[in-house]
Write a protein that binds this ligand. Structure first.
Ligand SMILES: Nc1ncnc2c1ncn2[C@@H]1O[C@H](COP(=O)(O)OP(=O)(O)OP(=O)(O)O)[C@@H](O)[C@H]1O
Ligand SMILES: [Mg+2]
Length: 479
């Protein structure tokens, strides 16, 4: 008889629990996130050539079909010591903190969870510059409750996946023996999964791709969705310029930068109607609203709900007439635990105090542009001329550009402090008056007499009686 009770985890339970709630798409994105974290670690010691495009030259290539899932990157590889001690553990060991980098890896689970979700056999082959080695996961290992170690072995050059054979420093994760439902999803002939995945990558990594990172699926490069905000040329008088509202602050180790403005022309009545009826083909609906970025990853895209301030307090709820408004909020921290993201990193932690304080400012900026839209919605021609002179530019560049107008920046005293740029947006000129109203009062007796005379009815509507008097005189005047 022993004097301990076993509390060892059962691997099958672990694997089932880990993969149950994660969406297949999110599992794949976890692997892409690891590539981007790899770039940050690689760039740590060497400044990128172009500061605006620090991810230039780095890529992730995905090969996905019912037989195999492969993600191959050139993002620096996994150091051998990391692989031996941490990378394959289920969960980040206590006390192990990530480097002082704005990465998103936090829990130490993403890669393993993705592999378990996809299939039963896997190899992770990687080169960090100190030889190439592979860690393999087999169906036998998956099933064993006692074996928690994975074989790690050097790989002869001839057996290496192509990019690593050429000396690239990077990682190739290859999963085979795919679970049947996953293989079905990966069959482009019968499932829309791959199209959806490409769209999600185009939006969620748009910011990183604009900074040089490239991602392809089955040889097809993904084109990032555009991010832009209209800014008028500096030569235009100040009160006629279209510019975004900007807010910047830094609080408790988190940098925040927010821009909201117009990214396209205000829609015509016909377009609004088409949107309301779901008949529009402009695609603008997918771009407007708020996008939230945490450490360069888009965690919320094109949101038009209360989560981002629409319909809260004095801000109107989203309506297609506001389709030209788009906002971008960026949070950045060396400690990913401080960012307002959910544990899957694809959503906002709505109860985060930091986020709620920023949302107050988001509402302020949003309101400026819902008001602007309301003022200009019936002024088609004037509006066209005004908008014509504004160009869509990267919101980050807009911030840099407008930093040169120091007078319009004001300190924010409330909430998280910081400073904001409040544009003085153009106001439509008041319409010239073309009509006048007439009101007057008469004794009832006199009114009834006139009503009887005009309409044979003493109970006629007073405004009709007044109008008829006017019309008769007008006729005489015109003769
Ligand atoms: N493509 C890659 N390039 C470089 N290093 C990688 C790559 N994939 C994984 N790693 C290493 O393996 C470790 C474990 O990855 P995993 O995704 O399981 O956890 P994490 O990224 O630390 O945290 P999270 O669970 O939040 O994603 C990473 O921290 C990183 O050191
Ligand atoms: Mg990860």
């Amino acid at each position: 008889m022993g004097n301990t009770a076993s509390a060892h985890p059962s691997k099958s339970f672990f694997v089932a629990m880990l993969t149950r709630d994660i969406d297949l798409r999110d599992a794949v994105l976890d692997l892409v996130d690891n590539c981007v974290d790899g770039i940050l670690r690689t760039n740590k010691d060497s400044q990128p050539d172009d500061a605006d495009r620090p991810y230039e030259g780095f890529k992730a290539e995905l090969t996905i079909n019912p037989k195999v899932f492969v993600i191959s990157d050139n993002c620096g590889g996994i150091p051998r010591e990391t692989a031996e001690k941490y990378a394959f553990r289920l969960g980040r060991p206590k006390g192990l903190k990530d480097e002082n980098l704005p990465t998103v890896g936090l829990y130490g689970i993403g890669m393993k969870r993705a592999i378990f979700k996809l299939g039963r056999s896997c190899s992770v082959t990687t080169s960090h510059g100190e030889g190439v080695y592979a860690v393999t996961i087999s169906p036998r290992w998956m099933e064993s409750d006692t074996d928690w170690d994975l074989p790690l072995a050097d790989v002869p050059r001839k057996d290496l996946p192509k990019p690593l054979r050429d000396g690239t420093l990077g990682t190739v994760v290859s999963v085979t023996n795919l679970h049947a439902p996953i293989a079905q999803e990966f069959d482009a002939k019968h499932s829309l999964f791959l199209t959806g995945l490409a769209n999600t990558i185009a939006t969620h990594y748009a910011y990183i791709m604009h900074k040089g990172f490239s991602v392809s699926i089955n040889g097809k490069e993904i084109v990032p969705k555009s991010l832009g905000v209209l800014v008028s040329d500096r030569s235009i008088p100040k009160d006629q310029r279209i510019e975004p509202f900007i807010y910047k602050t830094s609080s408790n180790g988190v940098e925040v930068e927010l821009t909201v403005g117009l990214y396209r022309e205000i829609p015509t009545d016909d377009e609004v109607q088409a949107e309301v009826e779901g008949k529009s083909t402009s695609g603008s609906r997918d771009t407007c609203g708020w996008t939230v970025i945490c450490n360069d990853r888009v965690v919320l895209y094109s949101d038009k709900t209360g989560l981002t301030g629409w319909g809260l307090a004095t801000v109107p709820a989203y309506h297609p007439q506001f389709i030209a408004i788009s906002g971008l909020v960026r949070f950045r921290s060396m400690d990913v635990g401080k960012l307002p993201v959910t544990t899957t990193k694809r959503g906002i932690e709505a109860s985060s105090e930091l986020y709620l304080s920023v949302r107050d400012v988001m509402q302020e900026g949003l309101k400026l542009f819902t008001n602007f839209t309301n003022h200009w919605k019936s002024r088609g021609e004037e509006r066209k001329a005004m908008m014509k002179q504004a160009k869509a530019i990267d919101p980050i560049k807009a911030v840099a550009l407008l930093a040169n107008s120091p007078k319009q920046w004001t300190a924010v005293r409330k909430g998280l402090g910081g400073s904001k740029y409040v544009p003085s947006l153009p106001k439509p000129a008041p319409k010239p008056e073309t009509t006048k109203s007439i009101r007057f009062t008469r004794p009832i007796k006199e009114f009834e007499a006139v009503a009887e005379y005009l309409f044979d009815d003493k109970d006629s509507d007073p405004s009709e009686v007044g109008n008829e008097c006017f019309e008769r005189v007008l006729k005489r005047v015109k003769q």
